[in-house]
Design a protein around this ligand. Structure first.
Ligand SMILES: Cc1cc2nc3c(=O)[nH]c(=O)nc-3n(C[C@H](O)[C@H](O)[C@H](O)COP(=O)(O)OP(=O)(O)OC[C@H]3O[C@@H](n4cnc5c(N)ncnc54)[C@H](O)[C@@H]3O)c2cc1C
Length: 338
């Protein structure tokens, strides 16, 4: 930052001061303040204002900074100041493969490609799940780890539906491109200060392309309350790549444009006290029903929230089932808690 020509001396000092302050603040203390409000109130220089807004978009993936709370921005910023962002060799598939292997080693039976059709209930308690091929599994407890919209389809419950349809997702448009070679390896990342766009040459940070090849990822942060025109977003992302990697079009071997990708199922909004406004992992009014996902619970943002809520759901489920077993048998039983 000290060597950049983008900022003048006083702007650098202001940015350093604000980052030092943001690093010390407790994320929860600003849960009810929007990112836009905080930055408007604290950044005096226009360039610093723009840089902070662009950083907030990149860290939260949100295209509506009036809506999103400071809490997830601070959470992500403080994480990235402690440990730089890591790109994973092989991309997300490496995580999925690792999770699958660990689950199977722990004795989990996976049924890939099988859709759950409905969660069946009886007298305010779950009694099992029905699969799309007609099979039925009896269960005293069910953890749903889908997006909120899937939960409302799977569980026939007006109160749950009312609560979950109030959530506002964070959404982006993505342009992913595979190239024969990278025109400008000296331009690994572009943070757009004027428009809600970001680009990175991911293959410079991790093994995600064959030797000599390259993978570019460009993202446009969308406002979920006014999603806009997908074709226009694609053109904006192409234009960003034209600037960052001139000549990329002639080198492209594959491209995917994903106009509406959900990043997380719920924006932690300033109006709903940040992460505290997300649904809890235990659905109190339906016995045996638990939720996990990046839109559940008060801990973490994005995939961190998925893992944290899954852990909480599992602990609550074991506690509840153990309690029921003890009540039924009249004695303490460690079987379910093991
Ligand atoms: C472009 C982009 C970049 C991102 N970058 C990051 C990042 O750098 N770091 C980070 O932490 N997060 C990142 N995220 C967010 C991250 O991808 C999500 O937070 C994470 O994938 C959520 O995982 P999940 O398992 O909770 O939910 P999901 O990944 O949404 O999984 C839900 C699963 O439920 C399945 N399902 C739905 N309905 C049914 C049904 N009826 N029966 C059976 N299965 C069903 C779906 O098929 C899906 O596989 C990014 C997201 C995007 C879009």
């Amino acid at each position: 930052m000290l060597s950049t020509a983008l900022l003048k001396g006083p702007e650098k000092w202001e940015l350093l001061g604000l980052l030092a302050r943001l690093a010390m603040l407790k994320p929860r203390s600003l849960a009810s303040v929007s990112v836009q409000t905080w930055i408007d109130q604290h950044a005096r220089h226009e360039r610093v204002h723009q840089l902070l807004l662009a950083s907030a978009r990149t860290l939260t993936y949100s295209g509506n900074l009036e809506l999103i709370s400071m809490e997830p921005f601070l959470t992500q910023l403080q994480l990235s100041l402690k440990r730089p962002v890591r790109y994973i060799d092989g991309g997300w598939q490496t995580l999925v493969t690792g999770l699958r292997r660990t689950a199977e080693q722990a004795g989990v039976h996976l049924h890939p490609g099988t859709r759950v059709e409905a969660v069946l209930q009886n007298d305010g308690r779950v009694r099992g799940i029905e699969l799309s091929d007609g099979r039925f599994y009896e269960a005293r407890a069910v953890v749903l780890a889908t997006e909120p919209a899937d939960v409302t389809r799977l569980v026939d419950d007006p109160l749950l539906k009312q609560r979950l349809t109030r959530l506002t997702p964070v959404v982006v448009a993505c342009l992913d491109v595979a190239l024969q070679s990278l025109p400008r390896p000296d331009r690994p990342v572009s943070l757009d200060l004027d428009q809600p766009r970001f680009y990175s040459a991911q293959s410079l940070f991790a093994h995600v392309a064959p030797a000599g090849g390259a993978v570019l990822h460009a993202v446009r942060y969308l406002d979920p309350t006014a999603p806009g025109d997908a074709r226009e977003h694609e053109r904006e992302l192409e234009a960003l790549l034209d600037l960052a990697q001139p000549g990329w079009r002639a080198l492209a071997v594959k491209r995917f444009f994903l106009p509406h990708m959900q990043v997380t199922g719920a924006t932690p909004t300033a109006g709903s006290k940040g992460l505290a406004g997300r649904p809890e992992p235990r659905v109190e009014h339906i016995g045996g029903l638990y939720l996990a996902g990046d839109w559940v619970g008060q801990e973490g943002y994005l995939a961190d929230a998925s893992f944290a809520s899954a852990h909480q759901a599992a602990r609550l489920l074991l506690t509840d089932l153990t309690g029921q077993q003890q009540a039924a048998t009249g004695r303490s039983g460690p079987e379910l808690a093991a």
